[in-house]
Design a protein around this ligand. Structure first.
Ligand SMILES: [Zn+2]
Length: 282
């Protein structure tokens, strides 16, 4: 019997979701696949790369899935259902969890709720939250994806966009929490990088998985095993990871932007125990 379930990484962009996926996904019972929401858009793009370093059409995991997915495509009633069936079929037998790190931003607000209904499987949500002002400062710097493609990285209205985007992404994750209370865990990016071992233990209890080896691997800066994430942050092609709490935004985030952010997000800032006012880093 197929006992594979899904770990869904929720939250807003630039909150460390790729990092989280890479680290917990290096456990041999977990299979990380990246932002699966983008599968349809990128599956036939010549330049789309898997995190294993190969092009998707050459990757040992994805090439079979893409081939089978295209086959009989006319009969497919629901592409997503078919994709997931192929994923469960093509992942090794000993796997307990497949990770989808599509987050809950933009078109994916209700994706985890829909997946729970569609797949009839357990969806374990890990909601990763980073101080939204850090996410916004990163938006001000520009689009990762466009930078990767060598295009102009400017994002328009980053403060307003980030302020509303952060609010709605988190709100969406809480709707899932209300519906699936015991399948929801929230972690803060700042704790994940700053108090790594304890947060990993907490995730281990939530998923009933022992992360001792993964904790050791990161502490000793050893290489991660090869994985097949299809989309996400550029970081995903790196094989070693150093954890650092990135709070440089505190030096450049203006008081005016802070007011705009707080008008919409005061409640969440309180809920996640961030500071209303922040100090510059000496
Ligand atoms: Zn691959």
């Amino acid at each position: 019997m197929d006992r594979k379930n899904v770990i869904y990484i929720a939250g807003y962009g630039r909150s460390g979701s790729t990092l989280l996926e890479m680290i917990i996904g290096s456990n041999n019972k977990i299979y990380p696949l990246g932002e699966l929401t983008n599968f349809d858009t990128i599956k036939h793009k010549d330049k789309a790369k898997c995190s294993c370093g190969k092009y998707l059409k050459e990757c040992e995991f994805w090439r079979n899935i893409i081939k089978e997915y295209d086959l009989n495509n006319k009969i497919a009633i629901n592409g997503q259902k078919k994709l997931w069936a192929l994923i469960f079929k093509n992942t090794p037998e000993n796997i307990h969890y497949v990770i989808d790190s599509s987050k809950t931003a933009r078109k994916n607000h209700f994706r985890p709720i829909r997946l729970a209904k569609l797949l009839g499987k357990n969806i374990y949500m890990i909601h990763i939250v980073r101080d939204g002002r850090g996410c916004i400062q990163s938006l001000i710097r520009g689009s990762n994806q466009k930078m990767e493609n060598g295009e102009e990285p400017k994002i328009y209205f980053p403060v307003l966009r980030g302020t509303l985007g952060w609010m709605i992404s988190n709100f969406s994750a809480h709707i899932f929490q209300i519906l699936h209370k015991d399948k929801y865990l929230r972690i803060r990016y700042e704790d994940f990088t700053g108090d790594f071992e304890n947060v990993m233990k907490k995730i281990g209890v939530f998923l009933d998985i022992c992360f001792q080896e993964e904790i050791k691997r990161i502490k000793e800066a050893n290489e991660l095993p090869t994985i097949h994430q299809i989309s996400g942050n550029r970081l995903r092609s790196q094989r070693t990871i150093s954890l650092r709490t990135d709070d440089g935004w505190k030096n450049s985030f203006s008081s005016m932007n802070n007011i705009i952010f707080l008008i919409f997000n005061y409640f969440f800032v309180k809920l996640y125990e961030y500071d209303i006012k922040f100090n510059k880093i000496p």
